[in-house]
Design a protein around this ligand. Structure first.
Ligand SMILES: [Zn+2]
Length: 295
């Protein structure tokens, strides 16, 4: 117990930092941070959208969320987030071949209601893609699935899924909805949710700092996360500095040459370091989920 105490204190302090970077091993500061080395990242919305949201307003709400981050990147960052055309794609995760996309989509069926409990997809975590359904916890509002190199922390793909099977997503301004949900009130706000998830998309983890967009809880009616807080803003300016390479946490990053951008970043340790990195690359991609819950 005594040995655990300092760790618990450290965790408690870390939870209220202005921002917390996602790590290869969540919360373990001895492991690399997750970050993009690309200078331009294209994201795309699934054409299906969310039929339960009034009109097609969910598409614009998500666009506004990315724009909020892009405004900061334009001021002090090095990354351009660009919306690509809407696609019929319903597959999250990283595709090594063919068209890999950074996809934003709503799942409006719960896998438990459409997939037999004996289906092998439950063991493989493949139900969501196979049956186009929400596979994660009922209480999770949305989830960002990130694929990254486990050693370098370099992100190759991020996909955002909304749990429309359980939550009523709205785009209105106004008071919190009391059932029934109307067009003039806020149930679970799309832009509020998306702004938070895009934080994960670019490498932020949760913090319990007051007023942070990256606070893990989101009560019904909340819209405050639409506005990105100063701590999360600092993350962009520090980790993705304008005119400079994106910043790793640990040095050296041997795999820097393998990132989508290449070039910048921390110095490699020499030609010898690159070869094992190349050989191991295919074996080291990992996936991480980050979610938001109502509390
Ligand atoms: Zn989250």
């Amino acid at each position: 117990m005594i040995q655990l105490a300092p760790l618990m204190v450290a965790l408690a302090l870390g939870q209220t930092d202005p921002y917390v970077r996602s790590r290869v091993d969540a919360g373990n500061t001895n492991t690399q941070c997750l970050y993009w080395t690309a200078t331009s990242v294209t994201w795309q919305q699934s054409t299906y959208g969310n039929p339960a949201t009034q009109g097609d307003t969910e598409f614009d709400a998500i666009r506004r969320s990315f724009q909020s981050w892009q405004n900061i990147f334009t001021q002090c960052g090095n990354l351009v987030l660009t919306e690509g055309p809407r696609v019929d794609d319903r597959q999250v995760g990283y595709k090594r071949t063919g068209d890999n996309r950074n996809l934003v989509l709503f799942r409006d069926r719960d896998c438990t209601t459409v997939v037999p409990s004996t289906d092998a997809c439950w063991d493989n975590d493949t139900c969501a893609n196979t049956f186009d359904c929400w596979e994660d916890d009922d209480n999770t509002i949305a989830i960002t699935l990130t694929t990254y190199d486990e050693r370098s922390g370099i992100i190759y793909d991020s996909d955002i899924s909304f749990n429309a099977a359980r939550f009523q997503f709205t785009t209105a301004d106004g008071p919190t909805c009391f059932p029934p949900v109307t067009t003039n009130c806020v149930a679970t706000d799309v832009q509020n949710t998306a702004t938070h998830e895009i934080g994960h998309f670019i490498g932020l983890d949760h913090t319990r700092a007051a007023g942070s967009t990256m606070n893990p809880s989101a009560p019904p009616g909340e819209v405050s996360k639409r506005t990105i807080d100063s701590g999360s803003r600092d993350f962009v300016c520090v980790v993705y500095p304008k005119g400079m390479a994106s910043q790793a946490c640990l040095h050296p990053v041997m795999e820097k040459e393998l990132g989508p951008k290449g070039g910048g970043g921390c110095a490699a340790t020499g030609p010898g370091a690159l070869l094992p990195a190349l050989a191991a690359w295919a074996l080291w991609l990992a996936r991480r989920r980050r979610e938001e819950v109502p509390r």
